[in-house]
Write a protein that binds this ligand. Structure first.
Ligand SMILES: Cc1ncc(COP(=O)(O)O)c(C=O)c1O
Length: 481
């Protein structure tokens, strides 16, 4: 019964809740506003309705249920206490149109979070206007564009993006009106500096990079790269979505980056995914602070004030305050002494997984990795990375990121994060060894996996191209299920 759609449970004799008869007298709506047909809502008892949605939610998999080693977009640690603090009535009930005087406490949190992130990254100031990582990228690129325009440098229409970059980097560059130029990586996964040199001329506005890159490899030539770009009159953008790899240990500004974003919803205590709420905080070096989108927050004469210095604006009001509150709590809870443990444990865990699996899974880059490790499928080649990922579902794990980055045909990207215990990692490692053995002894177990989920192999491409999102669409296409 609970596998049915809610409309299929509907019977017009059933009622979930009866509202008392209204005391308000009937009001005749103007004809053009009245509904011609009755509203087609399912009719179902309260208990069935609650059970239906509860059972539906249990079919989902979340980080609160089990290990979720999804490389690159992994959720880091989201302490529940920070959710509670951000939900306090005094925060939750603030209205975006309240006066500056009445929201001094919240403005202080914004101001202090900007200062703490500045000290962690070497940037001068952060804005919390953007609502997501990709929105932060767009904002940073708008700043880059504005910087060149304000200097009358109109020729800079191109942005360089390494082939190992997260997909949002080229997408954001294109959205901002730049032409994307790809620079290839060396076999060790880092940017090929000679190829980069050959791309530099006076049309290059900047480069978008992340360090460590999406292969989890530290760009050892970053200082040479930043000098090359700056000598060329170009800027450097740092994708700091996964700042847990270097938090408290290295600062992007000292590597030569001018603009960066951080996914607060991921590295700083807010779950990532489900479309929000997020905060793609953008930080810049001193020379660019006046280009940070309006409003900025200043502290003058003992008061926090909004100020506008830029031709840019990227959101209404001032971003997602609850995400910033959680980031503020998270940084203060860890404190200066402990925050570098985030990076140290993230790197330790990733290297532990790397070393433990390299006898069964191909390791194309053997160097020490940072927060994530990329394998290139099974050494035995008896099954594909997709098969391994599907088999992991049977063992109760969310699979790692697969087939990204595109540099390896059978990419399997694992990010254990800083917050998983050795016991959890050992269980996961054992499971991947077991799957590698199954692939040799009885590959069909993998080829037919998953065996334990309600749906088996889904046609991802079709699901993305022809999404069926309404009950009516489902009815029209029912024969395909
Ligand atoms: C490296 C990197 N850059 C950018 C993003 C985009 O962030 P968002 O999904 O919030 O737009 C992600 C996603 O988590 C990421 O891992």
């Amino acid at each position: 019964m609970y596998d049915k759609l809610v409309y299929e449970l509907s019977k017009n004799t059933k009622v979930a809740y009866s509202l008392p008869k209204s005391l308000i007298k009937d009001y005749a709506l103007p004809k053009e506003l009245t509904r011609e047909l009755p509203l087609d809502l399912p009719e179902i008892s309260e208990l069935d309705c609650v059970r239906h949605y509860t059972n539906l939610s249990l079919k989902n998999f979340g980080v609160d249920q089990g290990f979720y080693p999804l490389g690159s977009c992994t959720m880091k640690y989201n302490p529940k206490i920070n959710e509670e603090i951000a939900s306090l009535a005094s925060f939750k009930n603030i209205h975006p149109l309240q006066s500056e005087e009445s929201v001094q406490g919240l403005m202080q949190i914004y101001y202090e979070t900007s200062q703490m992130l500045a000290s962690l990254t070497g940037m001068s100031e952060f804005t919390f206007n953007p609502f997501a990582g990709a929105h932060g990228e767009l904002t940073g690129l708008m700043i880059m564009k504005q910087y060149h325009l304000s200097r009358g440098d109109l020729k800079r229409t191109k942005v360089i993006v390494p082939d190992s970059a997260h997909g949002t980097n080229p997408a954001s560059s294109a959205l901002c009106g730049f032409e994307v130029v790809t620079v290839e990586s060396n076999p060790d996964g880092t940017v090929d500096v000679n190829k980069l040199k050959s791309l530099l001329d006076d049309t290059i506005a900047g480069i978008m990079m992340t360090n460590p890159n999406t292969l989890g490899i530290f760009e050892k030539d970053v200082l040479e790269i930043s000098k090359l770009l700056h000598d060329n009159g170009s800027l450097l953008y740092y994708d700091g979505a996964n700042l847990n790899a270097i938090l408290g240990v290295a600062k992007p500004a000292l590597m030569g980056f001018d603009i960066m974003h951080i996914n607060l919803h991921k590295t700083f205590s807010t779950p990532h995914g489900g479309g929000g709420p997020g905060s793609g905080a953008v930080g810049v070096v001193e020379e660019l602070v006046d280009l940070l989108p309006n409003p900025r927050i200043a502290y003058e004469d003992g008061k926090y004030k909004f100020k506008s210095t830029s031709p840019l604006r990227v959101s209404n009001f001032y971003g997602n305050s609850n995400v910033v509150i959680k980031a503020w709590c998270y940084i203060l809870t860890l404190g200066k002494e402990n925050i570098s443990n985030v990076a140290k444990y993230a790197v330790l865990n990733a290297n532990y997984v790397k070393e433990s699996l390299k006898d069964d899974y191909k390791l194309p880059i053997t160097n020490i990795c940072k927060h994530e490790v990329v394998f290139d499928g099974l050494i035995s080649e008896k099954a594909s990375t997709l098969d391994v990922a599907k088999r992991l579902l049977d063992y109760g794990y969310h699979p790692p990121t697969i087939y990204f980055p595109l540099l390896f045909h059978q990419a399997l990207m694992i990010e254990p994060t800083e917050n998983e215990s050795k016991e959890t990692l050992d269980e996961f490692i054992n499971c991947l060894h077991k799957i590698a053995k199954e692939a040799i002894e009885d590959p069909n177990i993998l080829l037919d996996a998953p065996h334990s989920t309600i749906l088996k192999r889904i046609d991802d491409v079709r699901a993305a191209r022809f999404p069926i999102l309404t009950y009516k669409d489902y009815l029209a296409n029912k024969d395909q299920f």
